[in-house]
Each structure stands twice: as C-alpha cells, then as structure tokens.
Design a binder for this molecule. Structure first.
Ligand code: GDP
Length: 486
C-alpha cells in the first residue's frame, strides 16, 4: 500500500503529475524529466485527470495526422492543388485539420501565443504545427511523442504571405467574400494587438462554425488570447472541466509544451547549480524597459529598491557603514539569498550588486546578485540571443519569489512556468516617487492585453471583465483593460 503509493508519487513527479507522456527517448531531451522546479518544494497544483486524458488523446491525433503521415500527405496535396488551380473549389480527401502557428515579436510573445494556439487546437480537434522559419527546434524539444510539430520544408508557400492586410485573412473574407458559401482551403487568422473588429469575430461562436470547417488555419498573434476562449459558450464548459483551477492554464500547458533542448538545458542547469542552487532563498527580478527615452534609470532604480527592500522585504536593508573585510567563518554561518536579475541593460544589476558588496545587511544575510547576460538590444531572429532569453525565463521560474515588469510577456512566461504570483513593478513612466513601486499579482496567469470588447450578437461594447467571476481586468493594466484568469 504505502510503498506502492510512494512509488506512484515519485513516478508521477517524474512526469509532472501525469502531464508528460511516457515513451520519449529520455537522453534526447533531458529537461523533460530532469525538471528543476521540484527543488522549489512539492507541486501545489495537480493537473486534472480530464486534462491528462485530453492530452493523451491529442497525442494520438497528432501521431495519426502529423507530418509524414498519409493524412498529412493528402491534406497538403489538397492544399497544393487548390493553390495551383487558384480556386476555392477543392476537394477534401483527408480527415485531419490543422492550425499553423507563426512567429512574431520576442520569445515571450511566441510562447504565450503557442499556448493559446495549442488550446484552440485541443478544443477543436485540430493538429498544431509550427512554422519552420521561427527555428523553434533550436529552443524546444518536440512536445508530442512519436511525431513532429515542425512543418516539413517542402510545404506549400502559404505562410510567408501572411500579413495583417493579406487576402484570406478573416477580416478580408468577412468584408469581401461571403463566409459559409464556400469553405476555402486555408485562412489566415490575424490575432495581434492591432486587429480589426472583423478579425476579432474569431471569438464569436457564430463565426467559429465556419472557421472550424477550414482544413488549414494559420494564426499570427502576439496575445495570450485564452481568457476570451473561456467567454465563448461553445468552449466554456470543456475549459472548465480541463482547468478547475483557472489560473493554472499556462502553468500546465507551458510545462507540457516547452522543454528546452539539451544545449539550452545544459546552460540552464549549469547556471542554476553554479550560482543559485545553494542559496537559502532565490529572488528573481525581471527588468523590462519599453521606453528608453528619456532614460528611466534613476527613477526606476529607486522604484525597484522601494519594491524589493522597503515595501516587501524581499531583500534586506543595508547598514550605513561600508563593509569591513569579510570574515569567512561568519559568512558561512549566515543565511544567503541569491538575487537573479535579468535585463537587456546591466546598470540596475551593477548598482544593486555594488550595494550589497560594499555594505553588510541589517539582517546579517549574505546577498549575492547575478545577471546571466546583458544583451543590450532585442534581436529575436538571432539563435543565441533567443537561447539566452529562454534560459533566463526558465531561471527566473526557478526562483522562490519573483518581481516582474508590467506588460512584459517575458515576465508572464517566467511567473506561470514557475507557478508564482509576482510583484509587478509599475511602469516607470507612470511611477511617481510617492506611489508604491509595485503591486502583488493575484494570479499567475499571463494577461490578454488586447481582448475583443464587442458583444458578438449585439455588436455593442460590453465590460468583459464583469461577465464571469474568474475573468477580470489585469493588474498591470491598472484594472481597466486586458483580461486575465483568476
Ligand atoms: P516582452 O517584449 O517583454 O513582452 O517579451 P518578449 O520575450 O516577447 O520580447 C522581448 C525580447 O527581448 C526577449 O525575447 C529577448 O529577446 C529580449 N529580452 C528582453 N529582456 C531580456 C532579458 O532580461 N534577458 C534576455 N536575455 N533577453 C531579454
């Protein structure tokens, strides 16, 4: 009895509570089974059995329909033929339908849209594929056993032509064609922050009837659009069954989908074991600056210190006098805290590191400050740059307490993967010295920063933060905008 139960527990932990399928080659992707999150203590959240069986069924579907299968070959052939005939009068000879994810913006944006697109695929029995141009395989292992989510290189060239204004977007179809009269071979769904009211009809059940019939759907987004799926009557019931705890959506699906490749994993685990593992407590501080002119440095540094030290005791205050030479025996007996900072800019790190190097702390704790990289600029098409970004989101997720920057998807990924409710820094341009530097998030979910606001039937504006109790506006958008699961 007991022994068996303990064994099952260990086994379940290895598979993240049953989230991860068996049957992978473990050596080809060490991160899948060597998760470092378990060092943070026992998993508080468990995936629902419904989610687990949904994932196992999805994996079967993906194996049946994925690249290099007969169904895939037929479906691509249909697509190719329809492109060459340049008409909508095409035949459907495959029983599989696909949703293709395409990349835009930084890695945090890409990860939140991948999760959103995957949920849509789960809900509609479609197969999730990722565009080859995004070099996803530099970063992540294949998530589904015995198959691939990468589009083969000889695929019809429909992805490259996708922009906000291309024909075949849903906006275009609604304005210029009659949806429903014919089913096109493929459509583009443009779901980024500057989408039109027509594009937004993706979130209407009436429109889903048509959209779901299309064999190939290509999505481009930079938004975490999951909350609005919960507001659709046709998906609501199933989503509630999959996620009885609403704030765990990204937490589980992110951990399910995103396993760093061995080379990224090696830098993550080396860094973790070298600098973080032995500290008694780990504090993550993610500094993301969207507006660098005027330089927010002085104000923002003051704000970070207010949040981290004065208001929330995440790091201790320093003593006024400069430190004398450290006595090693004394240091050994003291509690240590590691502060992991991430930013494109290294000045914040330099200042805080210097502060704790030069001064002892009022609590006697030893503070070590780290920043793995300082890349200066965002370069999202560069492989090594993206690998560093992934390593750092992952390292932040391994901390015990996390401070993030408002509106940053980089921070969203770290907090949800880590299962943490972060302290969110107010935006420096909105910050005044008398205000608090940060506020505590009430949920670990990412924010859907630009949700639709019109009612599908009446086309009148509604307050979508007031429809159900578990969807509210986001903390980092001052509670008036954005949607988030709580
Ligand atoms: P967001 O723009 O803050 O929502 O996050 P994204 O991840 O989508 O885009 C920001 C991109 O800039 C990241 O993906 C990185 O390429 C880079 N970047 C921003 N902050 C950091 C950081 O702290 N560390 C590293 N390594 N890269 C960063």
């Amino acid at each position: 009895g007991e022994k068996h139960n303990a064994l099952v527990e260990v086994q379940q932990d290895k598979y993240l509570g049953g989230l991860i399928a068996e049957g992978f080659d473990e050596k080809s992707c060490l991160s899948r089974y060597q998760s470092l999150w378990k060092n943070k203590g026992p998993q508080i959240h468990r995936p629902s059995s419904h989610l687990i069986s949904k994932l196992r069924n999805y994996e079967k579907l993906h194996r049946r329909c994925g690249p290099h299968t007969e169904s895939f070959r037929k479906a691509s052939q249909d697509l190719n033929a329809s492109i060459h005939n340049n008409n909508n009068n095409f035949s459907i000879s495959s029983d599989c339908k696909y949703v293709i994810w395409t990349a835009r913006d930084g890695l945090g944006n890409r990860m939140i849209t991948l999760v959103s697109t995957f949920i849509y695929a789960l809900l509609t029995q479609k197969v999730l594929l990722v565009e080859p141009g995004a070099h996803i395989s530099d970063l992540f292992c294949e998530p589904f056993p015995g198959t691939s989510w990468l589009i083969p290189s000889n695929f019809p060239p429909i992805i490259q032509n996708f922009g906000k204004d291309s024909p075949k977007t849903y906006d275009y179809i609604l304005k210029w064609e009659k949806p429903g009269s014919v089913i096109p071979p493929y459509i583009y769904l443009y779901l980024a922050h500057d989408y039109t009211e027509e594009d937004k009809r993706f979130f209407c059940d009436e429109d889903q009837t048509f959209i779901q019939k299309v064999p190939w759907i290509i999505i481009k987004s930079n938004l975490y659009f999951v909350p609005s799926l919960f507001l659709m009557p046709s998906f609501e019931k199933e989503l509630n069954k999959l996620f009885p705890k609403k704030e765990t959506v990204f937490h589980f699906l992110g951990r399910y989908l995103f396993h760093p490749t061995n080379s990224v994993w090696s830098s993550i685990s080396t860094y973790y074991n070298g600098y973080l593992a032995r500290a008694d407590e780990k504090i993550g501080i993610q500094i993301r600056i969207f507006k660098t002119n005027p330089d927010p440095f002085d104000k923002l540094l003051e704000q970070i210190l207010a949040c981290v030290i004065k208001e929330n005791d995440l790091l201790p205050r320093i003593n006024g006098e400069m430190k004398k030479a450290e006595t090693p025996e004394l240091a050994k007996s003291n509690r240590t805290k590691a502060a992991l900072m991430t930013s494109l800019d290294s000045r914040y790190f330099d200042a805080i590191k210097m502060m704790y190097q030069e001064h002892s702390t009022q609590t006697g704790e030893i503070i070590r400050v780290f920043q793995p990289s300082n890349e200066t600029k965002q370069r999202s098409s560069n492989r090594d740059h993206n690998r560093k970004a992934l390593s750092e989101m992952y390292l932040l997720s391994l901390t015990d307490k996390l401070v993030t920057s408002s509106k940053s998807t980089f921070g969203y990924v770290a907090q949800s993967l880590g299962g943490m409710k972060p302290w969110i820094l107010y935006r420096p341009e909105e910050y005044y010295a008398s205000n608090p530097g940060c506020q505590r998030a009430l949920s670990m979910e990412p924010c859907f920063q630009a949700p639709p606001t019109l009612d599908c039937k009446t086309s009148k504006r509604v307050d979508t933060g007031k429809i159900v109790e578990y969807i509210r506006h986001c903390e980092d958008m001052n509670w008036t905008w954005g949607l988030k699961l709580y």
